[in-house]
Design a protein around this ligand. Structure first.
Ligand SMILES: Nc1ncnc2c1ncn2[C@@H]1O[C@H](COP(=O)(O)OP(=O)(O)OP(=O)(O)O)[C@@H](O)[C@H]1O
Ligand SMILES: [Mg+2]
Length: 105
C-alpha cells in the first residue's frame, strides 16, 4: 500500500485525489487505488512490475517499488495489477484471499 500510494502521490506531483476502495468479492478481498495523475503510458503498462523499470529521474526512483509490492502480494496468495481508469489516472488493483474467520461477516 505504501509503495502504491507513494507512486500515486508522485504521479500527481503531490496534489490531487487518491481514491481507495475495498470490497469483498467471493473469497477475495479487492482493493483499488486510483489516482488523478496522467495514468501509465500504454507501452509501459506491461513493464511497470519489471525490476528497475522506472520513468523517474536518477536519484528519485529505483524501479523496485512495484516489483517488491507484487512479490509481497503474491506471497500472500494474491495478485497486484496495473490498469488505467477509463476516466483517467492509474488504478492499481490488489486482490487477496479474504479471511475465512474473524469479525467480518
Ligand atoms: N500511479 C502511477 N501513475 C503513473 N505511472 C506510474 C504509477 N505508478 C507507477 N508508475 C510507473 O511505473 C514505474 C515503476 O514504478 P515503481 O514503483 O516500481 O518504481 P519507481 O516509483 O520508479 O521507483 P521506486 O518505487 O523504486 O522508488 C514508475 O517509474 C512509473 O513510470
Ligand atoms: Mg515507486
Amino acid at each position: 500500500m505504501f509503495n502504491v500510494l507513494l507512486n500515486a502521490a508522485q504521479a500527481m506531483d503531490g496534489e490531487g485525489r487518491v481514491t481507495v476502495t475495498g470490497a469483498r468479492r467471493g473469497a477475495r478481498a479487492v482493493l483499488e487505488i486510483r489516482d488523478a495523475g496522467p495514468g501509465i503510458a500504454p507501452e509501459h503498462l506491461a513493464r511497470v512490475f519489471e525490476p528497475f523499470f522506472t520513468t523517474k529521474p536518477d536519484g528519485i526512483g529505483t524501479g523496485l517499488g512495484l516489483t517488491i509490492s507484487r512479490e509481497i502480494v503474491n506471497e500472500l496468495g494474491g495478485e497486484l495489477r496495473a490498469e488505467n481508469h477509463p476516466c483517467g489516472g492509474a488504478c492499481f488493483v490488489i486482490e487477496l484471499p479474504a479471511a475465512t474467520t474473524g469479525a467480518h461477516p
